[in-house]
Design a binder for this molecule. Structure first.
Ligand code: FES
Length: 151
């Protein structure tokens, strides 16, 4: 077991966890932040994306031991149904959500990207979400949404 301190969605946690516990399992199973999804479990699909110190990362590839002292934002930290984040609102308004499984990761990748580039070109948005796979929609409405959110 190891002791770690981590800030998640603005809240400080001191936790004792197994050495080999993955970040996604801490979030979903121990903290019940189930907006973070597991798809491939191998770093390929982006469903498990969270923001770690400002960068989007795959939480299935990180051990909790690697996030000691860091700040994490999950989709629960962005907005809720009564107070949507502008990116979430844009996804809804553009009709960019079908099954929804990829959307938390997609929105968090978009947030990390727009925080570094508030006037993105369409091609840059496409590149920014290239690690997030969607099997339903094609990507045009998702890209439209991120473009809209940047305006
Ligand atoms: Fe982590 Fe697919 S579940 S990248």
């Amino acid at each position: 077991m190891i002791n770690i301190e981590v800030n998640i969605n603005g809240e400080d946690y001191r936790l004792e966890v197994e050495d080999d516990l993955r970040l996604i399992d801490l979030l979903r199973d121990k903290l019940h932040l189930t907006g973070t999804k597991e798809g491939c479990g191998e770093g390929e699909c982006g469903a498990c994306t969270v923001i770690l110190d400002g960068k989007s990362v795959n939480s299935c590839l990180l051990l909790v031991a690697q996030v000691h002292g860091k700040r994490i934002t999950t989709i629960e930290g962005l907005g809720d149904e009564n107070n949507l984040h502008p990116i979430q609102r844009a996804f809804l308004e553009q009709g960019a959500v079908q099954c929804g499984y990829c959307i938390p990761g997609m929105v968090l990748s978009a947030k990390a990207f727009l925080d570094t580039n508030s006037t993105p070109k369409r091609e840059e948005i496409r590149e920014a979400i290239s690690g997030n796979l969607c099997r339903c929609t094609g990507y045009e409405k998702i890209i439209d949404s991120i473009e809209r959110a940047s305006e």
